[in-house]
Design a protein around this ligand. Structure first.
Ligand SMILES: Cc1cc2nc3c(=O)[nH]c(=O)nc-3n(C[C@H](O)[C@H](O)[C@H](O)COP(=O)(O)OP(=O)(O)OC[C@H]3O[C@@H](n4cnc5c(N)ncnc54)[C@H](O)[C@@H]3O)c2cc1C
Length: 509
């Protein structure tokens, strides 16, 4: 029995929601993974009379595809979709059976309108929390367009393929055999990448806003809700709605919620923002801000939006270590998310650059998976909390190097080592390893503002107690500002402050 009693009970309820019959085509061999996959398929078939099973030869073994009767739907799972992918399997069964996914009709129409033939392959690890979003989005595309096929491939079950395609981060998506993208992507992002998002003219024609929020993380969402609740015309532009929270696994300090997960919190944020009729323009990047009669925000696609006030909440991103090899080997051994990519380095040697809380948390996490972790910290001692350092020191497979300056990440087609200089002795060292996780903090997303606003030497926007910048009518909130601490709840508070500040400004001007 592959599924425990509790999961089976939940699954039984879901399977009752199937609206039509589905056919699982199963390609199995005599290996252990095939045996477990067959056990899973048999359990599913035993639980619902709507699930039929047929043996077949598919491109990969072990794998199985989920199809409508009499029609190849081309939603395939190679390996066993348990762990984080179990939800992807359940949704595939429901959606192929005819149950509508929770996706806007506009998006479904966009999928149906695609005329090219697309063959997607997504490499995942079952412990990756970013992977199911991508798998589920591509499955939906495959279900609604017969010209699109998608296969989820568990990297652990297809190690040879992962090695030969040099997949070193998950999820990694290939389209028609060529690399397409890596990391979390929403359905809308995938469609935009395929060239089917809203065009510039549509955005250019928008009426001016009272408040235009630039950035759709916790700060921007909170600002938009506070502004819209005043009954004023509010818009929000986001390169990626949700911001850093989309990359966060467990959140346990969002007051009044003991535990949640990033994507779950983002879904609630989006629902709350939509409740007030805010005009959400997702997957749009601002590139210029200028104050004329109104404040103008120009987008990457050339459209110009106008507003009486603007709230900037563009947050922050991972800081690069900026040494030779970092850019070249990104996703080829250089990684930033230990939760996501750690499993791909199972049994290998890796380094973590950075001895702050995030670096040491990553090192502890990785030590349970990889063969050995070398922590490289620039300062003479680690900066992480004592409790984390104690935990780290108790681990047998971790070496800590302090007072060390990383000089290069080396490799040929992928990472094979790291070089650093001992800052006390000026001696050069080289460690042979296969992965480098960069964990040296964040940098604010404010370069696009150039000299339009006052910023600190770190690039953070300077704001007063109303969230106002030095440019009248322009406010800012969250991680992109000079606030002392960068946290979800703090960003939300400052988003509310900036919205109330903007409303106050509108009344007075
Ligand atoms: C791995 C990780 C774990 C974390 N864990 C926690 C935790 O447990 N608890 C906690 O309180 N905090 C945590 N944080 C910190 C928290 O996520 C941030 O403080 C918070 O997300 C900041 O919110 P923000 O809205 O200011 O910015 P962000 O979340 O960074 O959002 C910025 C938004 O602006 C958009 N954007 C950027 N540039 C542009 C542009 N030019 N045009 C248009 N849009 C743009 C982005 O796409 C995004 O929508 C964590 C952070 C990380 C990275």
């Amino acid at each position: 029995m592959l599924l425990d009693a509790e999961i089976k009970a939940q699954l039984a309820q879901y399977l009752q929601m199937m609206e039509g019959d589905v056919l699982l085509k199963v390609s199995a061999g005599s290996d252990d993974v095939s045996r477990d996959m067959l056990a899973l398929v048999d359990e599913l078939a035993a639980m619902s009379s709507r699930i039929k099973v047929e043996h077949a030869e598919l491109e990969r073994t072990p794998s199985f595809s989920v199809n409508r009767i009499g029609e190849d739907t081309e939603v395939t799972f190679a390996g066993i979709p348990l762990g984080h992918e179990f939800t992807s399997l359940v949704l595939a069964l429901l959606q192929v059976s005819g149950r509508a996914p929770k996706v806007d009709k506009k998006v479904i129409d966009q999928i149906r309108a695609i005329t090219d033939e697309y063959r997607f392959e997504t490499y995942v690890s079952l412990s990756c929390h970013n992977c199911p979003d991508v798998v589920q989005a591509l499955n939906v595309m495959s279900i609604f367009n017969p010209g699109i096929s998608h296969v989820m491939i568990d990297g652990a079950a297809f190690k040879g393929e992962v090695e030969s395609k040099q997949v070193m981060a998950v999820p990694t998506v290939f389209l028609n055999g060529e690399p397409f993208g890596s990391g979390r992507m929403s359905l809308e992002e995938i469609l935009a990448k395929l060239g089917s998002g809203p065009d510039a003219a549509e955005l250019d024609d928008k009426e001016p806003y009272d408040v235009l929020v630039v950035g759709g993380g916790p700060a921007g969402s909170s600002a938009a809700i506070y502004a819209a609740r005043k009954g004023i015309r509010t818009g929000i532009i986001a390169e990626r709605f949700g911001g850093q929270v989309m990359d966060t696994l467990a959140i346990e300090n969002f007051i009044s919620v003991k535990h949640t997960e990033g994507p779950k919190l983002v879904a609630s944020l989006e629902e709350h923002v939509k409740e007030y009729g805010v005009d959400i323009m997702n997957l749009q990047r601002a590139k210029r801000l200028e104050k004329k009669d109104m404040i103008e925000v120009e987008l990457e696609n050339g459209a110009v939006l106008k507003s009486k006030t603007v709230i900037i909440s563009t947050g922050a991103r991972w800081r690069n270590v900026n040494v030779p090899g970092e850019e070249e080997f990104k996703n080829k051994g250089v990684a930033y998310c230990a939760h996501c990519d750690g499993p791909l380095f199972e049994g290998k040697d890796v380094a973590v650059i950075g001895g702050g809380n995030s670096g040491i948390e990553a090192a502890i996490d990785l030590a349970g998976i990889v063969n050995h972790v070398t922590v490289i910290e620039f300062a003479p001692e680690l900066k992480a909390d004592a409790v984390l350092q104690e935990r780290l020191n108790s681990l047998p497979n971790v070496t800590v190097v302090t007072n060390a300056q990383t000089t290069e990440i080396t490799g040929a087609d992928k990472v094979n080592g790291i070089s650093y200089i001992d800052r006390a002795s000026s001696e050069e060292h080289h460690v042979e390893l296969q992965g480098v996780f960069v964990q040296i903090g964040l940098v604010p997303n404010t370069e696009w503002l150039k000299d339009t606003l006052e910023r600190t030497r770190f690039g953070e926007i300077v704001v007063d107690k109303h969230g106002a910048t030095n440019l009248p009518g322009v406010f800012a909130a969250g991680d992109c500002t000079d606030s002392a601490y960068k946290q979800i709840i703090i960003s939300m508070g400052s988003g509310a402050t900036a919205a109330l500040g903007a409303f106050d400004y509108l009344i007075r001007n």
